[in-house]
Write a protein that binds this ligand. Sequence first.
Ligand SMILES: *[C@@H]1O[C@H](CO)[C@@H](O)[C@H](O)[C@H]1NC(C)=O
Ligand SMILES: *[C@@H]1O[C@H](CO)[C@@H](O)[C@H](O)[C@H]1NC(C)=O
Length: 304
Amino acid sequence: MLTTVSEVKTDGNTGAAAESCGAMKEFLFLLLVMTEASIRSNISRCERDCDCRGDLKFTICSRALFTQLPSRVPATTELLDLSDNNISIIPERSFSKNRKLRILLLQNNNISVIEDGGFSQLEFLQKLDLSWNRISTLTKGFSIGLTFLRELQLAHNCLTSLDSQSFLHLDSLQRLNLTSNSIHTIQVRSFSSMSTLRQLHLENNQLISLKSGIFSMLRSLEVLNLAKNKVNETEMGVFKPLTSMTLLNLANNHLYTIYFKTFLNIHTYSTHILLEGNPWNCDCDLQRVFRKLRSIHRLFPGRL
Ligand SMILES: *[C@@H]1O[C@H](CO)[C@@H](O)[C@H](O)[C@H]1NC(C)=O
Ligand SMILES: *[C@@H]1O[C@H](CO)[C@@H](O)[C@H](O)[C@H]1NC(C)=O
């Protein structure tokens, strides 16, 4: 900045030129002071190794080798990218100074502990990415303050079971991604607060049995991905509450038979049901079921 100022030539001869030149100098000086002040204040509010783009409301701290959350994040930040670090704990009220956050990216860290209220007070947060961490339980306090969250990414963690506490406060969630965990148990009412959920991704888990009641309340659900589990049993009423479904993916499970009534309550004619990669026991009963299903849904049973 200093060189810019010293390079301004003051070679005007006429009074008018000198005057405008003086004004120009004054202007440049002012600009310099302002820019320096804003740089200084940004530096003091911006953690080392982060890139704080105040004008864009972005704070990018990806791959900064952080082992804990940075303490200096500008209060104006709406997108905070902390992906690819080595953060292991999210303490209580971690983001209380960043209440304008809309997107929070924490994927690819070492997070195993989220203290109760770790994300509290984030009433503008729409997307939270926690995929590729080591989270094994979601406590009752995990979702406090996430009432307006729309998208939660939890793929590639260590979850083994879900219960009625897991997603307690997520009243506005539309997309939940639980791909590639080790979930073997889903208790009834696990998703009971999620009447706005549209996509539920449970691909590549350890589910064996789908008990009736586990998907109750999911009346807005459009996509249910259960591919690559070990499902060998689906209770008859399990899909009954899912009246908005357009895609049900049960490919690559351990299904050998299925009751016609299991799918009967999926009303939409355009619902796609993917069933390939299952060890179907193709007896007369099952053929009859598939024939009937094909007449009402777009059924993709794979090779029989
Ligand atoms: C990950 O976090 C655990 C504590 O939860 C710690 O023992 C371990 O050293 C961390 N791993 C790395 C690579 O920092
Ligand atoms: C779910 O997470 C996996 C792994 O991160 C990702 O590849 C996939 O695109 C995600 N799906 C959705 C619908 O967000």
